[in-house]
Design a protein around this ligand. Structure first.
Ligand code: PEP
Ligand code: MG
Length: 573
């Protein structure tokens, strides 16, 4: 019998896959390009780019149609890579000066760019190199007619590869792709994001040694929840994993069965369970998972990647479309939050020494009413027919809320004068994202109608560590007692004024933290649509008394690790 061998990598997408292996090499699938004259080859290259663009556009459209906007954006970005003039020009140069064939030229040109990205030592840019290679492989395939992953799978298979591009995943039939294991790859790769969205178990970063041992047809078992892969597992291993697979499926079914049930603790405290979204499609997915409204509508998407500012009517159409997905439910819309690492082509921001401490969020809105006023007008108008709540990002002081309210009054007076229907007095809330907002919570609670805690930024500003900088990622702990004390402070101050408090940062979607947040005094949880069933289930398993005890212990803990240990003690279904 063949020897069983265990490999350990990174847990990339949860789930267990057991089946025969296919060792896949996207690059060799595209080798051996025939060559003609440089002019012929250039014409072939252009035609192949058009063909690859059509394939990628079809992937994008399929995901959009399924309401998977976030994943669709991956392919929108791939189309931009394909349209990149520099890539095309470099390939053309290689055709002319080095007599390369079209397939070799696009491969060389993209590889040069990919290596350059990788050399910058940034995890995010390194992951983008994989996108670039994926796009180039699509063009090479269009030129050579080589078979992609989807065409090589003829039954349920576990794919083993050095790396896989998003297009490979999209080309495979879901029932044929049981899971995949990558020897390279990181957790931010687009193929990983896609796998999570599509529910394909995945393990990455397994190391090149795996390729030396794996062979087509060998049985493999991978566990995307623990990051392990067993080559040639024994019968006992297979049985253990099949049992775990079955209980995972049963848990998934139980979560689905709870979709229509309220998010209520065992002793009857009602938690409002709402979703984070950017588009009507995401709002629709949220409704399917039982969201009771939108707790954070991020509006940046409408403003980014376009040369002009969206007008009032265009904004109104978006807010109406989102509200139409969740009729009668609260829709909390955050006013534009750019600055920091988000830039606005229509309104270039000055280069700053410390952009995260600079002109960002409400600070821009208040000093540039030509941006905020049309947004407030659109929100007031959408509020004529729906429960639209307005939320201000990056607030530090009560004075900022007063200024925003004055602008809101101005927008309302304009609409009244123009005879346009609008909300009489929509709720105006603030995000608690900087320590000053939590420390000034009493004053803010007198000015604002509600709080929503943005734990992503609150963590970065409290611990003074950039949320996107992998060098300080160890410090970035939303469970750090310092962050928790600020959350407790904000809840206390809000409740004293009769205001409610939501959490809309990533921590709100972590079912492990649900009891803790309820214990700290949070009334509403807003999370990504896919996290809703998990958070609902966690709320329904929580007793308020136990949650308060847990929170009291966490507030006096010494470290995030200690809090994590406390959470691990909580029994969950
Ligand atoms: C947050 O900071 O927690 C938040 C929800 O806002 P964003 O992630 O959009 O900055
Ligand atoms: Mg934020």
């Amino acid at each position: 019998m063949t020897e069983s061998r265990v490999f350990r990598g990174l847990a990339a997408a949860p789930g267990i896959a057991i089946g025969p292996a296919l060792v896949y090499d996207p690059v060799s699938a595209t080798a051996a390009a025939p060559t003609g004259t440089a002019t012929d080859e250039f014409a072939r290259l252009e035609a192949a780019i058009t063909q690859a663009d059509a394939t990628i556009a079809a992937h994008e459209a399929a995901l959009r149609a399924a309401g998977r906007d976030e994943e669709a954006e991956i392919f929108a970005a791939h189309r931009m890579i394909l349209a990149d003039v520099a890539l095309r020009e470099r390939a053309a140069e290689l055709l002319r000066s080095e007599g390369q064939g079209a397939a070799a030229a696009i491969a060389t040109a993209s590889e040069e760019q990919a290596r350059e990205l990788e050399s910058l030592g940034d995890d995010y840019l390194s992951a983008r190199a994989a996108d670039l290679r994926d796009v180039a492989v699509q063009v090479q395939r269009a030129l050579t007619g080589a078979r992609g992953l989807g065409e090589q799978l003829d039954g349920p298979t576990v794919v083993i590869a050095r790396d896989l591009g998003p297009s490979d995943l999209m080309s495979a039939r879901r029932e044929h792709l049981l899971g995949f294991a990558l020897t390279a790859g990181g957790l931010t790769a687009h193929s990983v994001i896609l796998a999570r969205g599509l529910g394909i178990p995945a393990v990455v970063g397994l190391g090149a040694e795996l390729l030396e041992h794996a062979a087509d047809g060998a049985t493999v078992a991978l566990d995307g929840g623990t990051g392990s892969l067993i080559l040639n597992p024994g019968t006992a291993e297979i049985e253990r994993l099949r049992a775990a697979q079955a209980s995972g499926a049963a848990r998934e079914a139980a979560l689905r069965a709870e979709v229509g049930l309220p998010a209520v603790t065992t002793d009857g405290q009602r938690i409002l369970l709402v979703a984070n979204a950017s588009t009507p499609a995401e709002a629709s997915t949220a409704r399917a998972w039982g969201a009771e409204g939108i707790g954070l509508l991020r509006t940046e998407l409408l403003f980014l990647e376009r040369p002009d500012l969206p007008g009032e009517e265009e904004q109104l159409a978006l807010y109406r479309a989102v509200a139409a997905e969740l009729p009668g439910m609260p829709i909390t819309v955050r006013t534009l939050d750019v600055g920091g690492d988000k830039h606005l082509p229509a309104f270039p921001l000055p280069k700053e020494e410390n952009p995260f401490l600079g002109w960002r969020g409400i600070r821009i809105g208040l000093s540039q009413p030509e941006i905020l006023l049309p947004q407030l007008r659109a929100l007031l108008r959408a509020g004529a027919e729906a429960d639209i709540r307005i939320m201000l990002p990056m607030v530090s002081t009560a004075a900022e809320v007063r200024q925003a309210r004055a602008l809101l009054d101005q927008a309302r007076a304009q609409l009244a004068a123009e005879g346009l229907p609008h909300a009489a007095r929509p709720q105006l809330g603030v995000m608690i994202e900087v320590p000053a907002a939590a420390l000034n919570a009493a004053a803010l609670a007198r000015e604002a109608d509600f709080f929503s805690i943005g734990t992503n930024d609150l963590t970065q500003y409290t611990l003074a560590c950039d949320r996107g900088n992998s060098r300080v990622a160890g410090l970035y702990q939303p469970l750090d007692p310092a962050v928790l004390r600020l959350i407790a402070m904000a809840c206390e101050a809000a409740h004293r004024e009769g205001r409610h408090v939501a959490v809309c940062g990533e921590l709100g979607g972590d079912p492990q933290a649900t009891a803790l947040l309820i214990g700290l005094g949070v009334d509403e949880l807003s999370c990504a649509p896919g996290a809703l069933p998990h958070v609902r289930s966690a709320v329904r398993a929580t007793s308020t008394a136990a949650a308060r005890t847990l929170a009291a212990r966490a507030l006096v803990a010494d470290s995030a690790d200690e809090v994590q240990n406390l959470l691990a003690e909580v029994e969950r279904p």
